[in-house]
Design a protein around this ligand. Structure first.
Ligand code: 13P
Length: 268
């Protein structure tokens, strides 16, 4: 099988299944996952999602190992148990009609940043700025729980690649190859950032240079996520970084406001 087989075009379910096994092998061979880590999924027609099974090595899968569910997560085909991270994948499919593939892995350098509580949010590399804008860090939540989906939800409309604190990374794309390439870009960007920090002080690009790169996106056939409103990376002019910002769900914001009102009343 060649990488061409992963290029977007109309494909049968069987071809999608073969592509997923191939992408799993690439993730394993590149060291983005070890043992039973990571998971992949693809949106098939008719609201069906093809997903990797839980607790298996994703570099050694056969098409028969894959599991099919509907958008509510009900298993409709396959003998294996579905990935424990299915809810995270379904969140992307529900919130992003443009997304047809999701890739989750633990690439070691990028995961090192996520474990250190650091986003990849600095304006350092043109390709990353054009392709992804920046790669924010999503706060920690237990893998496979609704809390992780809740932490991800505010980011999903605005970003195609995310770091998960103390966990790993997740990417999405219009097709599996794009989602996989974004995972490669995350790890490559983390490696270069680390090398720059070891070599000296990384030099950030200016806001003007970032604006030029953003304007060049159509030339590279990059369409930003439909949610828009993503944070631009931190530039040489400094200012507030994405790490300084706090993202809250509506419920968390309401709870904070209620608490402030309660405290204010009790003081009177
Ligand atoms: P699954 O094997 O259940 O997909 O989980 C792997 C993983 O990486 C969890 O974060």
């Amino acid at each position: 099988m060649t990488p061409d087989s992963l290029l977007p075009r109309h494909k049968s379910d069987a071809q999608h299944a073969r592509d997923m096994c191939l992408a799993g092998r690439w993730m394993y061979e590149r060291g983005f996952i070890v043992a039973c880590e990571g998971n992949l999924s693809v949106r098939l027609g008719d609201g069906r999602i093809l997903t990797t099974p839980t607790c298996m090595n994703k570099g050694m899968l056969s098409p028969e190992d894959l599991v099919m569910t509907d958008l509510e997560g009900r298993q409709v085909a396959g003998d294996r148990k579905v990935s424990s991270e299915l809810a995270m994948h379904l969140l992307f499919y529900r919130m992003r009609p443009d997304v047809n593939a999701v890739c989750h892995a633990h690439p070691p350098t990028a995961t090192g940043f996520a474990v250190a509580g650091r986003a990849l949010n600095k304006a350092l590399l043109p390709e990353v700025i054009v392709g992804l804008g920046q790669i924010p860090l999503v706060q920690y939540a237990t893998p496979g729980t609704p809390e992780l989906s809740a932490a991800l939800e505010p980011f999903v409309p605005h970003y195609d690649a995310l770091l998960l604190a103390n966990h790993g990374a997740v990417t999405c794309g219009a097709d599996l190859l794009t989602a996989f390439f974004r995972m490669e870009t995350i790890e490559h960007s983390a490696k270069i950032t680390l090398a720059a920090e070891l070599a000296g002080e990384p030099v950030l690009l200016s806001g003007r240079e970032v604006a030029k790169l953003m304007a060049a996106r159509p030339r590279y056939f990059v369409s930003p996520p439909p949610g828009g409103g993503a944070e631009l990376p931190m530039t040489s002019e400094g200012g507030e970084s994405a790490e300084d910002r706090v993202t809250l769900t509506r419920d968390e914001l309401d709870a904070l406001i209620d608490e402030a009102v309660r405290k204010d009343r009790s003081r009177r």
